[in-house]
Each structure stands twice: as C-alpha cells, then as structure tokens.
Design a protein around this ligand. Structure first.
Ligand SMILES: [Zn+2]
Length: 128
C-alpha cells in the first residue's frame, strides 16, 4: 500500500481540477473480503459521459492512511498504474505492466481525477 499523503501531494493540479466534474454513483463502502481492509468501489462519470469503475482500498485514518487504488479509465491505465504499482499504491489490472515511457517517463506517483474524487468523498464520509 502507499501513503495517502504522498499520493495527494504528488497528484497533478489537472487531475484535481478534473475531479470537480466527476460524478460518483453506486458507491459501496465496506470491508474487502480478500484483505480485511476498508474498501470503496463506485462508478465514476466524467463530463464526456464515459463511465468507469474506481476503487480505493484503505487502512488507517488521517495522515497515516495507506491506500491501494485503481480505475478503469485510460489515464490510470496509461499514466498511473505502473508508476503507482512500483510504489505499492496500485496493482497491474488494466495495463500490460510496461513502464509509461511517453506519458510518465519519470514514473512519478499520482492519480486520475476519478480516484481523486473518490478519495475526497471518503474524506467527507470520514472513512479515511
Ligand atoms: Zn480514472
């Protein structure tokens, strides 16, 4: 897992701005049967009407929260999944696991607007 503080600190302003137009539906918050950790899964919809499945697994609360995130959108697939996986913050689920040579050559951590929106929602619900 990865520190939530690090993920938020390294997320690009463009992704934070995109999160403003993301809508969340079918939010389910509970406990992962596989890991025993808190888990939230939802559908996220952007202004372009495309919708994705976004999830955040979490442990702890406040500044020490650790997270594991994923999203079915292209931004997560092509830019963040491999970089986050190297930091323990995601798992290879949507990409082929190759380094994002063009989209994120320095492998900096960060997250898409959908994951950012879901994290914001979980903070509002005081889950993390
Ligand atoms: Zn996404």
């Amino acid at each position: 897992m990865m520190s939530l503080a690090l993920l938020l600190r390294s997320t690009l302003p463009e992704n934070m701005n995109k999160a403003n137009s993301v809508k969340i539906s079918n939010l389910k918050v509970g406990v992962s049967r596989a890991s025993g950790r808190g888990k939230a899964v939802c559908r996220t919809t952007s202004t372009n009407e495309d919708s994705y499945t976004t999830s955040v697994e979490y442990e702890g609360r406040g500044p020490s929260t650790k997270v594991l995130v994923t999203c079915s959108c292209p931004d997560h697939l092509y830019r963040w999944e491999v970089a986050l996986t190297h930091k323990g913050g995601s798992k290879i689920m949507h990409s082929n696991g190759e380094r994002p040579i063009k989209t994120n050559p320095s492998m900096r951590p960060g997250c898409c607007g959908h994951v950012f929106k879901l994290i914001t929602e979980l903070q509002k619900l005081k889950k993390i």
